[in-house]
Design a protein around this ligand. Structure first.
Ligand SMILES: Cc1cc2nc3c(=O)[nH]c(=O)nc-3n(C[C@H](O)[C@H](O)[C@H](O)COP(=O)(O)O)c2cc1C
Length: 235
């Protein structure tokens, strides 16, 4: 069993790397293999919403100049995913946000493969960053791996991160829990437990065609929409 570790920091061997390294050591002690992917320090293009990936059922992004499609391909061989980010302005860093937008949108995620996010910060904002990253997993039927606290470390250098004893403990616990989840899923699979079958996808938003039975209310909706449009024009 293998876990993909994505370092979403521009620093290849910075604080985020040090946190992920602690997770990796524990995974190895539990006989789980790992693979690293550093998103690098070149600009990462954001998703432009062209929809070509889905229209043509590519399963990958049409832009191949960075490692997004490499990550998608590696996830075919990997059973779990851990994404690390430095905190930039109380959020995940811009590069990894763009990376994950395209990685998850074009592939539709990695259902039933456990995922976890790790955040590294000097002082504050890691909760928001973790919340942001965990949403990629929870919209994709990916179980989120827990730890003994939220997965954050504090520091401006890898040496400082090492001094965050609680952070290091949380990283090791995350590694053990990831290993446990992977082994549990595999044991379930061997015992004949299949993953849940998806329902037919239902997608709604709040602007839609009226159903026949709603036609009676059409005048109300029409005038309401007109008012709405006027406000939009004023904006
Ligand atoms: C543009 C930028 C914004 C930052 N914003 C925050 C922040 O909001 N909160 C914080 O605690 N640290 C912030 N930091 C510090 C980094 O999160 C912190 O040093 C982190 O551990 C660096 O990880 P790395 O070495 O993996 O890049 C910021 C750093 C940069 C470069």
């Amino acid at each position: 069993m293998k876990v993909l570790l994505i370092n979403g920091s521009p620093h290849a061997k910075g604080c985020t790397w040090r946190a992920l390294l602690e997770v990796e050591k524990t995974l190895h002690m539990e006989d789980i293999e790992t693979e690293w992917l550093h998103i690098g320090f070149e600009p990462v293009r954001g998703c432009m919403g062209c929809g070509m990936c889905r229209k043509n059922k590519l399963g990958k992004c049409i832009f191949g100049e960075d490692a997004v499609n490499v990550a998608i391909a590696r996830m075919e061989q990997c059973d779990g995913l851990i994404v690390g980010t430095p905190v930039h302005y109380a959020s995940a860093a811009g590069g990894i946000t763009s990376f994950l937008d395209r990685m998850f949108y074009s592939s539709k995620g990695f259902p039933y493969k456990p995922g976890a996010a790790v955040a590294s910060c000097r002082r504050g904002g890691s909760i928001g960053a973790l919340d942001q990253l965990n949403k990629y997993f929870t919209i994709s039927n990916m179980p989120v791996v827990p730890s003994a606290y939220w997965n954050m470390v504090f520091g401006n250098t890898p040496q400082e991160v090492e001094q965050d004893k609680e952070g290091m403990m949380v990283m090791r616990t995350l590694g053990r829990n990831m290993a446990w989840m992977l082994k549990s899923i595999e044991a379930g699979r061997q015992a004949g437990l299949a993953v849940p079958q998806p329902e037919k996808k239902v997608r709604t938003n709040f602007i839609r065609k009226l159903e026949p039975e709603e036609k009676d209310f059409a005048p109300y909706f029409t005038s309401y929409n007109k008012v709405d449009k006027k406000y939009q024009e004023e904006d």
